[in-house]
Design a protein around this ligand. Structure first.
Ligand SMILES: C[S@@+](CC[C@H](N)C(=O)[O-])C[C@H]1O[C@@H](n2cnc3c(N)ncnc32)[C@H](O)[C@@H]1O
Length: 338
């Protein structure tokens, strides 16, 4: 893993007068080049040979091998970029990056993925993250002008990666990627429901922008909208991927909306709802929104087929519990701005 040792990236810069260089532990070689060294680590014999040819091997008095890093000299000063070793303590964890946090439980800091990608690849290379989660590696790869492939087992992640890329890069990425495996019609939706009830539910929630709810008790997903006094009103969602659906499901969801103190309940079904189900929904009370100046049915039903055909629920503008990503500048643009 040679790249690991090439992580001589700058985290801070010091200017040391040449007359003080030895005090700081810097050495000068026979050719007058200033350098500092780090342990050989896991460089292979082949890599050491290559480094030797580049004049980058330093043999200590006891005969052990260390790797040389040459230090540039400008106007009588060593320009020292702090070398980053095997333990990276300079990148704060997500707790300290609230503006970056999207709500994905295992999200990693963008700075970490930027460093790994910069150290291990060059522009135009392909970055593969087969467990891409909320897509930190894909965002880093895109901003550093790499091509990328992201794979994840859950639709929650894929949907979020897509939203994150679009929100971070807007039209710069919009027509330049492809999502594979997402249901696009009834046949593929049924296939997903047959394969995994949970993933079908997660995918169906992405059709309305809701986030899954951990502890079910009659609610599969949740999101909301802002109404009077800037208060967030809750929308609860239930997904039914089976054939057996009946009015009891609607009655139960109306009860759940009331018990949860939610404003609106949405039922998404794979099968067509019966007349009795639709009647219950039509006769359910309405939610009156002061901010949006109108009433909304507090119980609504849509089939997957309707949602795929663009027949959306009748809702005020909604907010997902997962946050939008910050706009990310691509490397070339960042360079231009500096
Ligand atoms: C630790 S998270 C990745 C987090 C990511 N680095 C980020 O910053 O968001 C691991 C991801 O692997 C996914 N995963 C787990 N098993 C998988 C599998 N068999 N195939 C593909 N993805 C899988 C999970 O859904 C999860 O999103």
């Amino acid at each position: 893993m040679r790249w690991w040792h090439d992580l001589a990236l700058a985290c801070c810069e010091m200017h040391i007068p040449l007359e003080q260089a030895s005090e700081y532990g810097f050495n000068k070689d026979e050719e007058g080049r200033w350098f500092k060294t780090s342990p050989r680590g896991d460089y292979t014999d082949v890599s050491v040979k290559q480094l030797e040819a580049e004049g980058r091997i330093h043999k200590t008095r006891t005969g052990s091998i260390r790797i040389k890093y040459f230090i540039p000299v400008v106007s009588g000063h060593l320009i020292v970029k702090d070398l980053i070793g095997n333990v990276w303590k300079d990148i704060p964890d997500m707790m300290y990056a609230p503006s970056e946090y999207l709500g994905y439980p295992t999200q990693k800091p963008l700075a970490l993925l930027n460093r790994i990608i910069e150290a291990s690849s060059k522009e135009g290379d392909v970055i593969l993250d087969p467990f891409c989660g909320c897509g930190t590696a894909t965002v880093a790869a895109q901003s550093l002008n790499r091509k990328w492939l992201g794979i994840d087992v859950t639709w929650l992640a894929i949907d979020l990666v897509e939203k994150r890329l679009l929100s971070a890069f807007k039209e710069r990425v919009a027509s330049r990627y492809e999502v594979r495996g997402r249901p696009v019609d009834m046949r593929s939706a049924k296939a997903l429901a047959d394969m995994s009830k949970k993933e079908f539910e997660t995918w169906a929630l992405t059709l309305v922008g809701a986030a899954p709810r951990e502890h079910d008790n009659g609610v599969d997903g949740i999101f909301g909208f802002v109404d009077k006094d800037k208060k967030t009103q809750t929308i609860v969602v239930q997904i039914k991927g089976g054939e057996n659906i009946n009015p009891i499901i609607v009655r139960d969801l109306i009860g759940t909306v009331q018990n949860e103190g939610a404003a609106i309940g949405l039922l998404i079904t794979l099968a067509k709802p019966s007349k009795g189900m639709l009647e219950l929904a039509v006769h359910s009370p309405t939610y009156k929104s002061d901010v949006w100046g109108r009433e909304f049915p507090s119980m609504q039903i849509r089939t997957i087929e309707e949602l795929l055909a663009g027949k959306a629920f009748d809702l005020p503008p909604t907010q997902s519990p997962l946050r939008n990503a910050q706009v990310v500048k691509e490397a070339a643009e960042v360079k231009r701005l500096l």
